[in-house]
Design a protein around this ligand. Structure first.
Ligand SMILES: *Cc1c(COP(=O)(O)O)cnc(C)c1O
Length: 421
């Protein structure tokens, strides 16, 4: 079979220019040209790659382990392995990308980085990388997300970042993206935009894939410690697509390996109840600087979405994943919120890990696929750990005790205030 190129060609993935590109206002063209030059010259340079490698090892904590899930394997009838990105600094794969882009910014002579964030995970990773590398950092976040994700805001501020509330539109991620692009267009000579997933205008999808491909490269080596051959099936959750493309890219041309992407099935099939972009509900379109597949209405407005995991509820999907899905190289499926919680509980109980709700989508598919295939080597990417989800999981799994705890905690704080007077 013909080899699938990994890098975009003339800014697009695939032949027909259906995925990717650079759909931006004129005012952003110099900034993106600057970035393209840095990607072509600084990024591949020995100094940059050496410093990146050092940061990945001594700051991020790589390589992350590939865990043999022995107990789950026995129950499910497959050989199951978990690539545990949850052990990376700040708790997820997002730091791989953030540290790489912030280092690039520094090498380009920028003094400041800006980032968009939805749930706060990308903002957190960017703020950590900026703190480490000594750049100032502003994170744009929807007003509603700030209210919902207070712990991440708190931690970003500890890292010294300024979190700026976005009050336009729906006051969530897509408005934060628009606002970050607007700010960047005004101050791009001194500022670098750290984009959080494998999407946006060229060359971001290429940069993010390259930085996240460390996941798949490590997996390929680690497989050899357990078995001589390639895995049979690899499964990852898909939000914008950065953990999945980073996990898959090293295996795209190993055609014997089935690659499975899992989207947020949410609570049902109606508009606003899920984020299944690779289903019949979506259409090709152009938004936020790139051409891909989006959940949108007939006027091209992005549709509302839902997922129990804040990281998977974006209306668009990275152009390379959309392309690889369209040509059939990646199979797409989805997991309902209820199945996600079941999978989280199952793997916590049998394997001693707390996966993020996002990653638990991949685990839900591990359980699902194990009803159809047996004796296969399956690797799931655990994109992050679940500590950050305590406010969602606790009230879903054991609401009574959680409410009791929160009430008592407030009472304890009120007592403390009287004491400290
Ligand atoms: C943000 C996030 C995701 C989704 O983003 P991708 O770009 O699709 O990887 C998945 N898992 C975790 C833990 C996240 O924080």
């Amino acid at each position: 079979m013909e080899k699938i190129p990994l890098k975009s060609h003339h800014k697009f993935f695939g032949q027909a220019k259906n995925f990717g590109g650079q759909y931006i206002p004129e005012i952003l063209r110099p900034a993106l040209l600057d970035l393209e030059n840095a990607y072509k010259k600084i990024f591949p340079s020995k100094t940059y790659q050496r410093e990146l490698k050092d940061l990945l090892k001594h700051f991020v904590g790589r390589p992350t382990p590939l865990i043999y899930a022995k107990n789950a394997s026995k129950i499910l009838g497959n050989e199951i392995f978990l690539k545990f990105e949850g052990l990376a600094n700040t708790g997820a794969h997002k730091i791989n990308n953030a540290v790489g882009q912030v280092l690039l910014a520094k090498k380009m002579g920028k003094k400041k980085v800006i980032a968009e964030t939805g749930a706060g995970q990308h903002g957190l990773a960017t703020a950590a990388a900026a703190a480490k590398l000594g750049l100032s950092c502003e994170v744009y976040m929807g007003e509603i997300d700030i209210a919902r994700q207070r712990p991440n805001v708190f931690n970003m501020e500890l890292f010294g970042a300024r979190v700026i509330s976005v009050t336009s539109g729906t006051k969530t991620l897509k408005d934060a993206v628009n606002e970050t692009l607007r700010v960047w267009s005004k101050e791009s000579s001194e500022t670098f935009y750290v984009l959080g997933s494998a999407l946006g205008p060229y060359p971001y999808p290429d940069i993010v894939r390259d930085l996240q491909s460390i996941i798949g490269k490590e997996v390929k080596k680690q497989c050899k410690d357990y078995f001589e051959t390639l895995p049979d099936i690899m499964i990852a959750c898909v939000g914008g697509g950065s953990n999945s493309i980073g996990f898959f890219s090293e295996f795209v041309n190993d055609k014997s390996v089935r690659l499975v992407g899992v989207e947020a099935g949410g609570i049902g099939n109606q508009v606003g109840e899920n984020a299944t972009r690779m289903s019949k509900n979506s259409k090709k379109g152009i938004a936020q600087g790139y051409k891909s597949i989006f959940l949108q209405d007939n006027q091209g407005n992005l549709s509302p979405t839902h997922s129990i995991s804040a990281g998977l509820d974006y209306a668009g999907i990275g152009p390379q994943l959309a392309y690889l899905g369209t040509i059939g190289r990646i199979e797409f499926t989805s997991a309902l919120d209820s199945k996600v919680i079941e999978a989280l509980k199952f793997f916590a109980k049998h394997e001693g890990i707390i996966p993020a709700l996002e990653s638990s989508h991949a685990l839900a598919e591990v359980i699902n696929i194990s009803q159809k295939v047996k004796n296969k080597k399956i690797i799931a990417n655990i994109s992050g750990r679940g500590d950050k989800d305590i406010f969602i999981t606790a009230k879903t799994i054991n609401p009574k005790d959680w409410v009791k705890f929160l009430k008592e905690e407030i009472a304890r704080m009120q007592e403390l205030r009287i004491d400290s007077k």
